[in-house]
Design a protein. Structure first.
Length: 322
């Protein structure tokens, strides 16, 4: 997710805060600074009616969607984002309930420094539990989880669709197609003249997770032609390492960020199972070109289950004491 410069978010760490306030993030702005929307969603409330006491009248509640995968099931849900301490623009002030608001839209200006921000859910949600670094708080039929799900630095393993084989179907906006068939159809379309050039086929970017085994570590990026080298620099300017693999017979070229090679060598032993979290939106010369966002040695499901067990245990223990 791109960063919005006016939303530099840090966490509160004060032991005297009220329960929900302990989970709040803060918007690091001065009074009068612009505050922009960090999600795509819709406005469901303006003001602090029925909200915890830490949120003043200068508060907006935005409902936004999330899709994640758990135990091979696609889960579509919504959360609510609370931003407090913002004087609304004329447009936001006039907007009725359920009005659409987009990422980067100006909400207004800060009425206090810092502003407050939080995310809540009606459920003890698996995804929010997996990404949180605070113990959730429960008030007024809502669980408050903090804001890590909207931070670009937070690993969000469950947001990556599991691709188990070449037969896994990707639900593109226009039509579904399997991971392998998409590659096969692109390659079949190449003419004899095109096979000697740089053949680029783009599609809507997808986030996928594959389980595989690596026989070697990524190496310094090379190029088969000047044109390919220039395109690599355009697509992956800060990704100096590359590794070509075949996943269930499907060719893939994986690009790694600076330093990722050493990180991988320290954590991963060749020949063992590994989960790779990838962004891809192009097939070039018969290979998926992928940006490697992260990796894990356990499945995202197992990681989420372990996190859920710990967070739920902490939550139950805290509430028993209270």
């Amino acid at each position: 997710m791109k960063k919005i410069l006016s939303l530099l978010i840090v966490f509160l760490s004060c032991s005297v805060l009220f329960a929900v306030e302990k989970t709040n993030g803060t918007i690091n702005v001065k009074i009068g600074d612009e505050i922009k929307c960090p999600v795509d969603g819709k406005i469901v409330q303006k003001g602090n009616k029925n909200l915890p006491k830490c949120y003043d009248k200068n508060t907006i509640v935005i409902e936004f969607p999330n899709t994640y995968w758990f135990e091979n099931q696609k889960i579509e849900t919504t959360y609510q984002l609370i931003i407090s301490g913002v004087k609304f623009t004329k447009e936001i002030k006039a907007a009725p309930v359920d009005s659409v608001i987009k990422y980067g839209d100006l909400i207004g200006t800060a009425t206090k420094s810092p502003g407050l921000i939080n995310i809540r859910s009606k459920d003890f949600d698996m995804f929010l539990t997996d990404v949180t670094d605070v113990c959730p708080e429960f008030e007024g039929d809502w669980y408050y989880f903090g804001i890590r799900t909207i931070l670009s630095s937070t690993p969000k393993f469950l947001n990556y669709m599991p691709v188990e084989s070449r037969k896994t179907v990707i639900e593109f906006p226009d039509y579904p197609e399997s991971f392998g068939d998409l590659m096969d159809n692109v390659v079949k379309s190449y003419t004899e003249n095109e096979k000697s050039g740089l053949n680029i086929s783009n599609f809507p970017e997808i986030k996928i997770c594959i389980k595989t085994k690596l026989s070697e570590y990524p190496k310094q990026k090379t190029q088969k032609s000047v044109t390919e080298g220039l395109y690599q620099m355009k697509m992956f300017p800060n990704f100096p390492f590359v590794l070509s693999i075949k996943f269930d017979g499907v060719p893939m070229r994986l690009f790694f960020q600076q330093g990722f090679d050493k990180y991988l060598e320290e954590e991963y032993k060749l020949g063992k199972p590994i989960y790779l979290y990838l962004y891809t939106g192009s097939i070039i010369n018969g290979e998926y070109w992928c940006y490697v966002r992260d990796f894990s040695l356990k499945s995202p499901d197992d990681i989420a289950k372990e996190k859920m067990q710990k967070v739920k245990s902490d939550f139950d223990e805290k509430n028993q004491k209270e």
